[in-house]
Structures are given as structure tokens and as C-alpha cells.
Write a protein that binds this ligand. Sequence first.
Ligand code: CU
Length: 70
Amino acid sequence: MMVDVTFAVDGMVCEGCVASVQRALKSHDGVGSARASLEEANVQIAYDPSAVDLDTLAGAIQEAGFDVVS
Ligand SMILES: [Cu+2]
């Protein structure tokens, strides 16, 4: 079952950043979709909690070079 979560993300300044965030998330098992928004400075993720947890998702964003604001 997919669950939706939205993270506020700091540091995205162009569509390349948006693509990087989305790619970093989609490379993880258990992520159904990831849609980042430059305007809203966030990313909406649909994920399977039995396959991946929130810390892992936040870590993927940080490893891509962006800050997750909680
Ligand atoms: Cu960029």
C-alpha cells in the first residue's frame, strides 16, 4: 500500500535540482512516485512503508545535496 508524504526541501534552484531530487528518490525500492516542485520548495512522495522508511527517503534527498526541512 502506498502512503503519501511531503518533505519541504531547501536548496533547489533549477529544474536540474528538481530532477536530481526525484531521481534520488525513485532509485529506492518502495518509492512509487516522487514529484518535486521548485515553486513550492517541496517534494511529494508516494512510498510503501513496508519497503522503505522516512529516514531513508530524507537521507536520499540529503545525499543528493539538498536539505530536508522538518
Ligand atoms: Cu539546479
